[in-house]
Design a protein around this ligand. Structure first.
Ligand code: PEP
Length: 251
């Protein structure tokens, strides 16, 4: 059944991309502008060094996002970027709580919640990531772990406009492994119910993306699953042809 929510296909370029990569972004922007992405909204989150140029190239149809933000507005926080700075550079989205940040930078649910609130304060939409490790899934704890992450990192002020949730099983990121359709369906149904409990007014409208090794050849099957309202795409978002093919799965 097609999602009743406007799907979002967001690309996370991670720490990839010098200025030369902007030519790929221009091809994505041109494709989105001519309707190649079907009914999906599209966003690309490049490294912060490319943000301002990316916004110029992207035009009105392709949104640009940051990959992280600090919880505070400004101050003595060398190397950090506030959500306000991302907004000032023209970003419309920011990823918070990506598993690489939770793992590499020790980010807790409380910090992720503060970052999501910072995004709201600055007028950005937060793409908030949750997901279990392989060990957690094998131990039968996937629902517990993900449920707890949602409960502790989704701010009470979340709405369908300022929050997008991304379910990204850690073991599927960058590995070529993907959960079964049944496992994705069960987790997204669970997340929809959790959101509706936590956010009685807005939970039904919050988009829930699937992320983890989404490629052109598996996108149609993944994106057709109930309560999968789009995709967060890492590696395959670096190539315009692959990113557009994934987005076009919603046609
Ligand atoms: C990601 O990093 O958010 C991601 C989903 O990566 P990949 O698509 O490469 O698995």
């Amino acid at each position: 059944m097609p999602s009743p929510r406007t799907p979002l296909v967001a690309g996370n370029w991670k720490m990839h991309g010098l200025s030369s990569a902007l030519s790929e972004l221009a091809v994505i922007a041109e494709g989105v502008a001519r309707g190649a992405a079907g009914r999906a909204s599209c966003a690309i989150c490049p490294p912060a060094t490319l943000l301002a140029k990316a916004v110029e190239i992207a035009g009105p149809d392709l949104a640009i996002g940051g990959q992280d933000c600090a919880p505070r507005v400004f101050g003595a926080h060398t190397g950090d970027l506030s959500a306000e700075m991302l907004n000032d550079a023209g970003a419309r989205y920011v990823i918070v709580g990506h598993s690489e940040r939770r793992e590499n930078h020790g980010e807790t649910d409380a910090l992720v919640l503060a970052k999501a609130e910072a995004a709201f304060r600055a007028g950005l939409t937060a793409i908030l990531c949750v997901g279990e490790t392989r060990d957690e899934r094998d131990a039968g704890r996937a629902f517990d772990v993900v449920g707890r992450q949602v409960e502790h990192s989704v701010p009470p002020a979340s709405t369908a406009d300022n929050l997008v949730l991304a379910y990204e099983p850690v073991w599927a990121i960058g590995t070529g492994l993907v959960p079964t359709v049944d496992d994705v369906a069960a987790m997204h149904q669970f997340l929809r119910e959790r959101l509706q409990t936590l956010l009685p007014d807005g939970g039904a409208g919050v988009r829930i993306l699937y992320g983890g090794s989404v490629k052109p050849d598996n996108a149609a099957a993944l994106l057709a699953i109930n309560n999968v309202d789009g995709a967060l795409v890492g590696g395959a978002s670096l190539k315009a042809i692959d990113f557009l093919a994934i987005a076009a799965s919603y046609r």
